[in-house]
Design a protein around this ligand. Structure first.
Ligand code: ADP
Length: 543
């Protein structure tokens, strides 16, 4: 029997239309280096049409890729909406990558036009000559563009070309399964791979972000996406805000703790999202100063790497700000699970639950498998690889035929952990970071979390290193707080009271900071290389 319901495609054009028609007065505020800029969803609609007209004039049609090389700001939001809505494909380039990686990705995606912020034009210029398919660069912002001259591409001023276009555009009807946007994985585990999102997947993901069990974004919110719009769609926050009619507060490139705190105090966002590193930096910046008022934040989404319990506790107790841990990947759009404890549990239990990677959002299914792909029980004990399935989960990579990351329609995440009978996922490692000592797994994440809760430690990363007796043992690389004189022996004794003895690291090094990837995650590849090349000064404690 066929349903009697209308079939209306789910599309970015319809999210945009809703934002304009129903929430036209809602504000988009960009806090740039040169002050504040404001527009409304209604006014944005005209600019988005102008951009679509301009891109069409540059020859952009169905499925053509338009790349962005931009911070979180109004112009990036214009590209986020105009490009998919006109039937082309938005490709967000990560401006923190090395030039060779940027040109590799742009060539792989066959980008034709790049929209760049003038503040990073000099970075794009390093990659541009090798970007074979790019013919035109649109420069947003009034800054210097001389670095782009001589790169062999047409260089046009974004504002000038928009000004000459009509603020009306006849948005085409688009199949909901057509490509809308693409994003490359940050390459923590090898060459970047392209994930292509459909209109439908972005629409459904945004809806999920707006649900109460997701991020619960509504028209009463003012959303501050700190997570870059080039990193996994800024976790879907821009589209979710348009869909919900929530205000957007765009931090542009002011991503350091001091301006962020000022922004939060002055503009009072209610929802924000960023990786743990950012919230840690903010905490360090605020340390000892309880005068600051972050209380407008009703929810701070945090993920991308494990969120230390100590961080959740500190934000809650010192500033009354609830950190909500979420788990996801570029391949999962990214929101897949959220750590919301049931309202009925005691406070200490709730805190433990909030330190997990959470429960699947409706639409996403999770399962654990062993090395042979057999299903493991969700008993909170069995540890295996996480596989996920759902309407906003990738089923392949752009231009890749190797299907090794997929099994029977499920995405193999490369993340390892356990799931309890209530459905809460706890990740203990990424498969390639797992430490196998004498045949047993030691969780580097758990060791890092414990170390991070020590009062003398600012941050810590744990890697597995070869050991003649146990095959592999943990090495703890710690960053100490200023003035601390704590020794590895003392740290080891402190840990001994809290974890099994055989987990205790006997190799230690004190480092200035933990190396990070382009999206702010611990870069253990670099630590492993530094260890292999004898660049780390390693202290041994008693094994
Ligand atoms: P990359 O895979 O290149 O690091 P992604 O940004 O897509 O780029 O990262 C996804 C990965 O980040 C996940 O597979 C997982 O290992 C890690 N991750 C994301 N959220 C969390 C979280 N809340 N806790 C632990 N790890 C997380």
């Amino acid at each position: 029997m066929r349903s009697t319901m209308q079939h209306v495609p789910l599309s970015i054009a319809s999210v945009l239309r809703h934002g304009i028609e129903v929430h036209g007065g809602q504000q988009v505020t960009t806090i740039g280096e040169h002050g504040l800029r404001r527009t409304s969803f209604g006014e944005l609609g005209g600019r988005v049409s102008q951009l679509a007209n301009a891109l069409r004039r540059l020859g952009i049609g169905r499925d053509d890729r338009v790349a962005t090389f931009q911070w979180n700001n109004q112009e990036h939001l214009e590209a986020y909406t105009a490009v998919p809505a006109m039937g082309a494909v938005l490709h967000t380039l990560n401006l923190r990558l090395a030039p060779e990686q940027i040109s590799y990705i742009a060539n792989h995606a066959e980008d034709q036009v790049v929209i760049v912020d003038s503040s990073v034009a000099h970075l794009l210029a390093l990659a541009l000559p090798s970007m074979k398919s790019v013919h035109t660069v649109l420069v947003a912002g009034g800054g210097d563009t001389s670095a782009l001259e001589g790169c062999g591409k047409a260089v046009l001023r974004y504002d000038d070309i928009l000004a000459s276009e009509s603020p009306e555009f006849a948005w085409p009807s688009i199949d909901e399964t057509a490509a809308a946007a693409m994003c490359y994985t940050s390459g923590t585990t090898g060459n970047p791979k392209g994930v292509v999102y459909s209109h439908r997947s972005l629409y459904l993901h945004s809806m999920a972000a707006c649900t109460g069990n997701g991020l619960g974004i509504s028209a009463n919110d003012n959303v501050l996406p700190i997570v870059p719009m080039f990193h996994a769609n800024a976790w879907g926050l821009p589209y979710a805000a348009l869909m919900a009619g929530a205000g957007l507060l765009m931090p542009d490139r002011l991503l350091q703790a001091e301006p962020l705190v000022r922004m939060i105090e002055q503009h009072r966002p209610t929802v924000s999202g960023a990786v743990p590193t950012i919230w840690n930096d903010i905490l360090q910046h605020l340390e000892g100063d309880s005068e600051h008022d972050l209380s407008s934040l009703r929810l701070v989404a945090c993920g991308g790497s494990a969120v230390p319990k100590a961080l959740i506790e500190a934000f809650e107790s010192k500033y009354g700000v609830p950190i909500l841990q979420a788990w996801g990947m570029t391949e999962t759009s990214p929101l897949a699970s959220v750590a919301r404890p049931p309202a009925t549990v005691a406070e200490d239990v709730a805190l433990s639950i909030r330190s997990t990677q959470g429960r699947a959002i409706c639409g996403v299914q999770m399962r654990l498998v062993d090395a042979e792909g057999h299903r493991l029980p969700h008993d909170g004990k069995c540890v295996g690889e996480l596989e996920v399935q759902g309407p906003w989960i990738a089923s392949g990579y752009y231009g890749e035929t190797d299907g090794s990351s997929f099994r029977d329609g499920w995405l193999r995440t490369g993340d390892v952990g356990h799931i309890d009978p209530q459905g809460y996922l706890t990740l203990t490692d990424r498969a390639k970071d797992v430490i196998k000592s004498g045949g047993e797994w030691i969780s580097s994440v758990e060791l890092e979390n414990l170390l991070a809760s020590h009062p003398d430690i600012l941050e810590a990363a744990v890697i597995g290193v070869a050991d003649p007796k146990w095959q592999e043992r943990p090495l703890a690389a710690v960053v100490l707080r200023k003035g601390s004189t704590v020794t590895p022996e003392q740290l080891r004794s402190w840990m001994a009271e809290r974890i099994p003895r055989w987990w205790l690291p006997e190799r230690w090094c004190v480092i200035e900071e933990v190396p990070r990837t382009s999206v702010g995650k611990y870069d253990k590849k670099v630590l492993r290389r530094r260890y292999a090349e004898d660049e780390l000064e390693v202290f041994r404690t008693d094994g």
